[in-house]
Design a protein around this ligand. Structure first.
Ligand code: PA5
Length: 426
């Protein structure tokens, strides 16, 4: 369950004044009549996903996980961020897994690639290459280099069990190559774009290999589908969030900072930035999504938020129950004068930091704050949260009369880069 709290948002309009607009757009989403409507497969995915494929994900994950000291996940953007967000949120940053996950194919950095190559040279590896188009340059470059390295190490035959491709069901270079080499393949559905694809094999396979309970992820997704798929603005927290974003931008807040108090949520904030940034930032419109982890970033960005130009609002993504907790120790000598915290829980200190900061930013800094409460950082909550942000994002974009599901601006850099790289034109 997600609780949404707008009581610190200093709203200048009534949320309910958007009731009719929300009803109209909700209908548009469900009747698939809006712009980009052939990418609305995520809306009712939980009712129509391929059960046999879901089962096969679990089987393949079980089969490969014992042979992998390192799982290489090769992909970028929507073909990478969701899996990483899920794994870090659910397992924390230093899990006790036998398998370590390494993300690659998400940068052109030569140093990054060479360091990873060196790091895995004595490790048993399994590779999941993920690309819907099959032609994304960062991913394709890393994949070719890793494939050659693995074929040299294991031979082509064993690579059939160690390389898994997640891609389009029928088209594209990666699909043809995977079929030719005899790799296991999983499907990225035609009607789900990259940044909505974490709930498909794109996210599920890496999660399952890392030991995450994907049945629980889907239980959360299903409950969110049941809870949030209605046009009742008075009770639907996802649509309330979308409306508040609109009201705040109308009041001149052109940037939204998603703030978490748990370092393991950092990749969730990165995933969220892609979801909202790539969906909403077009036609000269949109709210700039940025993120911070507090209290860490209070020591860097805190000054700007408190006293800088009043361009932003904060959305706090708060976790009610941490994954772990401990007690701050008493010290007889108290030379560091920290005994005032003795015997307090570590999480309580984090919560007090949050409460104090909220008051400082809202009351003194006049920065509006929206609050999204998550119960915990478990599988169920992850699945639920994905749907919350998906449907809030679609609503936000349609309120601005924007197609949420394309990204025409991303192509501009690629065109220039291909020219410089001498890529042959067809
Ligand atoms: O959200 C998106 O559509 C993009 O971020 C893509 O996921 C990203 O560009 C990777 O594309 P592909 O999966 O085709 O390699």
């Amino acid at each position: 369950m997600i609780k949404f709290d707008a009581s610190h948002a200093m709203l200048t309009e009534d949320i309910m004044s958007y009731e009719e607009e929300v009803k109209r757009i909700h209908k548009m989403i469900h009747e698939k009549t809006g712009a980009g409507n052939d990418f609305l497969g995520w809306v009712d995915w939980i009712n129509k996903y391929d059960k046999a494929e879901f089962q096969r994900i679990k089987e393949v994950a079980n089969a490969v996980k014992d042979r992998a000291e390192a799982l290489l996940v090769c992909g970028i953007g929507g073909s990478y961020l969701g899996a990483r967000a899920a794994i870090e949120m659910i397992q924390g940053l230093y899990p006790k897994n036998k398998t370590e996950v390494i993300f690659i194919g998400n940068t052109f950095s030569s140093t990054y690639f060479k360091q990873v190559e060196d790091y895995i040279k004595d490790k048993s590896v399994v590779l999941n290459v993920i690309s819907k188009s099959g032609t994304t340059t960062e991913t394709a470059m890393a994949f070719r280099m890793l494939k050659q390295m693995m074929e040299k190490r294991y031979g082509k035959n064993e690579c059939k069990e160690r390389i898994i491709a997640t891609t389009d069901k029928a088209r594209g270079t990666l699909k043809s190559l995977a079929d030719k080499e005899g790799y296991q393949t999983f499907v990225i559905p035609d009607d789900i774009g990259g940044r909505y694809s974490v709930i498909t094999p794109v996210g599920l396979l890496p999660m399952a290999i890392m030991g995450i309970d994907i049945d629980e992820v889907y239980r959360g997704l299903k409950d969110a589908y049941n809870d949030l798929n209605n046009d009742n603005l008075a009770t639907n927290p996802a649509y309330q969030y979308a409306v508040c974003r609109r009201i705040l931008q109308n009041a001149g807040k052109d940037a939204e900072m998603l703030v978490a108090y748990e370092p393991q949520m950092q990749m969730v904030t990165e995933w969220w930035k892609q979801l909202f940034g790539e969906s909403e930032g077009k036609d000269g419109k949109g709210i700039l999504p940025c993120s911070a982890i507090f209290s860490t970033d209070l020591h860097s960005l805190g000054q700007f938020i408190q006293e800088g130009k009043k361009v932003l609002f904060e959305t706090l993504l708060l976790v009610d129950r941490p994954m772990m907790d401990g007690v701050f120790p008493y010290d007889e000598a108290d030379e560091d004068s920290m005994n005032y915290l003795a015997n307090k829980s570590l999480n309580w200190v984090n919560k007090m930091a949050c409460e104090g900061t909220l008051e400082a930013h809202e009351v003194t800094g006049k920065v509006p704050n929206l609050i999204i409460h998550l119960n915990d950082m478990k599988e169920y909550t992850f699945g639920y949260m994905c749907y919350f942000f998906f449907i809030a994002c679609a609503m936000s974009c349609y309120m601005l009369d924007i197609n949420p599901f394309n990204q025409p601006g991303v192509e501009v850099y690629k065109k220039n880069m291909f020219k410089l790289l001498g890529k042959p034109t067809k």
